[in-house]
Design a protein around this ligand. Structure first.
Ligand SMILES: [Zn+2]
Length: 504
């Protein structure tokens, strides 16, 4: 059985989970669910990043120990993921003992391999990023490019990683693995950074103690970023279960936002090479989710919280919107008006209306019993095309394309009903046959859309009389035309997606 290991970034506990974090996590969740449909042995990891100066300072400001602070703030992420039906297999916290064990084993190996040395570091430092910048990186030579706040001059004795030695090995590795960073524009961005030449980087701090201690120099802790990246190895047993680690590494697929491309596409593969390990099989990088053309700011003025939208659109309506509306890769722009419009068009009209129409006609003309589809239905070939397109798009981590392909089958089926007008026909074999075809496309769509709409698809499955759930089905068999057996009671039920009035 193929193994599929997928991760979100671990989120910084000082952040409040907003629709940007949720976009990354829902995407990873939907892709994980797709791979489970394929029958892959799937492992889906998320979690929180809990070390560093900012956490220490925030805890102090609240009169808490850093771990108490992290316990509270980490739980906020878990609550949102539970609300959004995120099907993670493991939730890692970097303050767990298993992680300290793994980080120390990993970096001890890099040290033993000769890639770590001590030196004095002085530079311009953004406390919010917990990163040094060169003057060229800064806005007007003085503001952090991410936070647009002044940086501080910081000087300390640090342990350094010889990143400079990995410029050529990384270029060679990417040359041999042309699909490792997706989409291609983000790969070019990563290669651009490497081709400029890489400087050594500081990986420890002596000025703080909220972190994983450097095993060979206990006065230092590892800088939060290098501890954080190693979570992906910890969760599959690095440093504690070599057999398990060998099973899952390097078949890992990271899903990240472009703000952390440098860490994931440059530093992390170099660290892995330095530890004698393969870089990640794939790094999928998406753009920013903008609101009104602006990046959501930490001050919270334009932050949007998932629970507010779930209250109005439902969990599945929420998940569908971001997966379908924001192509994976470029920056996306969220608007409430756009969300209402897409909900009404795609969910209320195309999906909800098809199910309601089919159930109504079956109720009136077929005694409530659905028939099997015709093997030679004109919809059969369309269903096959839609499956092929959707499968390729999920494989490429392009949920918006996959869902558009799936919705094509709904549009074609609605058009097929308009053309045949079964509601005008007398009860008999002709109506039964047309309705059997439509029920079959609903069955196939329930399987193909279940990664995005797990609850709604399970309900469609139940209403058309099928046993079990669509998420228990296995592809490609479940997408093959002819799976709806017929002779099943169809339940009309209440509207799946009541229309939402556009705001004026
Ligand atoms: Zn910053």
């Amino acid at each position: 059985m193929p193994r599929f290991y997928i991760t979100t970034p671990i989120y910084y506990v000082n952040d409040v989970p907003h629709i940007g974090h949720a976009y990354t996590t829902v995407t990873a969740d939907a892709v994980a669910r797709w791979h489970r449909l394929l029958g892959d042995d799937t492992f889906f990891l998320t979690g929180t990043d809990e070390h560093g100066l900012k956490v220490q300072r925030a805890a102090e400001a609240n009169g808490l120990a850093p771990l108490e602070h992290a316990d509270r703030t980490s739980a906020r992420f878990r609550e949102v993921w539970d609300l959004l039906d995120i099907s993670y297999d493991d939730y890692i916290r970097t303050t767990e003992p298993r992680h300290a064990t793994s980080v120390q084993a990993f970096l001890q190996t890099v040290y033993d391999n000769g890639w770590i040395y001590k030196d004095t570091y002085a530079g311009l430092y953004c406390v919010s990023c917990e990163a040094y910048y060169t003057e060229d990186d800064l806005i007007d030579g003085e503001l952090c490019p991410i936070h647009k706040r002044p940086v501080e001059w910081l000087e300390e004795e640090n342990w350094f990683f010889k990143l400079s030695a990995f410029t050529q090995p990384l270029l060679d590795w990417y040359e041999a693995h042309p699909d490792a960073v997706q989409p291609v524009g983000k790969r070019n961005e990563a290669l651009g950074i490497i081709r400029q030449g890489l400087a050594d980087i500081s990986i420890s701090r002596s000025s703080i103690d909220w972190g994983v201690p450097v095993p060979w120099d206990p006065g230092h802790v590892f800088y939060v970023w290098y501890d954080a990246l190693i979570n992906y190895a910890t969760a599959v047993g690095y440093g504690s279960d070599p057999e398990r680690f060998a099973e899952w590494w390097p078949s890992v697929h990271h899903v990240i936002g472009k703000d952390i491309l440098r860490f994931h596409c440059v530093y992390w593969p170099a660290m892995l090479l330095a530890a004698g390990l393969e870089p990640p099989q794939q790094i999928n990088v998406h753009g920013f989710l903008l609101v009104g053309g602006e990046k959501m700011s930490k001050t919270g003025l334009n932050q949007i919280f998932p629970a507010d939208l779930v209250a109005e659109f439902g969990v599945d309506g929420y998940r569908y919107h971001f997966l379908r509306d924001t192509p994976f890769g470029p920056d996306g722009d969220f608007s409430y008006e756009g969300m209402v419009a897409r909900y009404n068009t795609d969910l209320a009209n195309n999906l909800g209306n098809l199910l309601a129409r089919v159930a109504t006609v079956v109720g009136k003309k077929c005694d409530g019993i659905g028939s099997a589809p015709r093997p030679d239905s004109p919809l059969a070939a369309i269903a096959a095309e839609c499956y092929t397109d959707a499968a390729a798009a999920w494989q490429a981590v392009q949920p918006s394309v996959a869902l558009d392909a799936t919705w094509r089958l709904l549009r074609e089926t609605n058009a097929y009903l308009e053309a045949n007008e079964p509601w005008k026909l007398d009860p008999g074999p002709e109506v039964d046959a047309v309705m059997g075809d439509a029920l079959e496309t609903l069955r196939i769509v329930a399987v193909l859309a279940t990664p995005a709409l797990p609850n709604v698809c399970a309900e469609i499955w139940r209403r058309i009389g099928l046993e079990g759930t669509p998420s228990e089905q296995r592809l490609p068999a479940a997408a093959a035309w002819g799976g709806y057996p017929g002779g099943l009671a169809v339940d009309k039920g209440a509207s799946l997606f009541p229309r939402i009035a556009p705001t004026s």
